[in-house]
Design a protein around this ligand. Sequence first.
Ligand code: MFK
Length: 555
Amino acid sequence: MSPSPDSVATFLQEPPQPVDLFRADAALRDELARRLPAAVLERATPALAQMGHLTAGPLWTLLRQAEQEEPSLLQYDPWGRRIDVIKTSPAWDGLQLISAAEGVVATGYDPSLGEHARLVQAALIHLFSASSAIYSCPLAMTDAAARVLIDLGPEDLRERLVPRLLSRDPETFITSGQWMTERTGGSDVGLSETIARPVDGSDQLYTLHGVKWFTSAATSEMALTLARIDDGSTPVLQGGRGLTMFLVEVERDAYGAPGGIQIRRLKDKLGTKALPTAELALDGVQARRLGPIGRGIPAISRMLNVTRYWNAASSSSAMAQAAFWARDFAMRRVAFGAPIAQHPAHQRVLLELEAVAAGAFALVAELASLMGRVEVGVATPEEHRRMRGLLPIAKLTTAKQAVAVTSEGLEAFGGAGYVEDTGLPRMLRDAQTLPIWEGTTNVLALDVLRAEAKEGALTAVVADLGLRVAALPTTVGAGTAQLRSLYNALTAKLAKLVEGDDRGQMEWEARRVSMTTGLLCQAILLGETAVAVGTDDARQRFATFVSAQLSGPLG
Ligand code: MFK
């Protein structure tokens, strides 16, 4: 009898093991330690440790299950009635339970954390997002909707909906969508075609009619969206200034069919496979106006600014997961007579992956600290400007880094990184959405120009970096000299950008200047953290980051 293929197998490769991402991530802990007062750190640590524990157990299981059981659309009931119900995996629903119970959204508004609430939340997102099958997407929009309702909502909506968006009780927690993108395109929102018709002459209540082409988390209980008011008497205003923001509360019948909405299809995406992204035909769904008529774009930009912060925190999350999974694997995978973590070239790759993830989180932490101060009303005008400038810079810089780091992370697993049922390719597929949604790199670079023209936001960011690079002691490492010369080159570029009168040239330069500012900021922050915590590990992270990110492409 010939031996079965299994009985002759003499070698089995070690599969990736779940990693407690809070315990693994010394850079995250250092960044929090240097920024948070001791009492706040002590208060925040159990929740972060718990989230780390979940990444090594329940989240690992739910992530894999949710990815395998992709959402499906049931358009008709057995009797031919149109129902349009999206079915999601029980694992996806489990992720909602964990999100609520662990307060991933609520933490950002926790009054007991004061101005540090956003920073503690950023740490939670950094741990949670990449292990959540991108449940972080509905959470990002939920957080953003809460922010908009708090800032612009009428009292009745604020009182009824904000407590549910911020609830830690899975029974009462709801999520929100953000329906912006239409067939006319995702960037030039001013082309949107959806019409809002007043109900009985009301200037508050409308019905919406149009197609939303890309709606993430289409199972949410509510959504914020844009439409053009057509009252039947005055001409419909075209362009961005004709758009108004609306809130839709989705009413579902006993089947779960959404009233006034047809779900035309689910999108077949490269990644974020567990996330139900749909094409919606709004067919008379009722909506409340939110914010002034014709001010829809600036109103919904408040939402975008929150989701862009989440995007940056999700990018650092994707990088940390790739880096720590790769390190864990490298400790156990033997090649050429030793665990691959011991081979000098691979050692270097692992250090670079971790350093870039650390730099990205440091930038997210800086942004979150500013947001926290702005939101509790203690920020100076200069901090307001820096926050406005850092938002698009953090989003565009970290998203590009996430694609590079997850790609290198996959390579660290060799062929296994390219095989779907290892669960590893998901990392790269999911990362590829980060530079696209919430504004592409160019759209964000243009937003940097917009924020500079309007309030000197880029100048404020760069001026602050100047003070901080000058204050960085050379004892933290040789990289400080490189940072100073990069800073000088950046200020020369910035002067040209600010004083330039060739709009085309400015737009061309804006992307590079924004990216350089983001990377320089990350390096300075890592240098500051190394000074504050004073460990060899932190100094090495700084040196590795400077050599990997400021001296040429990763790897
Ligand atoms: C995992 C976590 C990630 C979360 C995932 C969530 C998934 C959701 C999926 C999606 O919804 S993806 C769709 C995302 N869509 C975008 O990001 C839109 C991209 N396009 C832009 O951002 C354009 O730049 C923009 C639509 C804003 C251009 O519109 P306009 O009308 O040509 O811009 P304009 O005229 O410069 O600005 C109009 C007003 O808005 C100005 O205010 P004023 O009228 O008072 O002067 C601007 O200052 C203001 N504004 C624009 N962007 C702003 C802003 N204000 C504050 N912050 C901003 N970012």
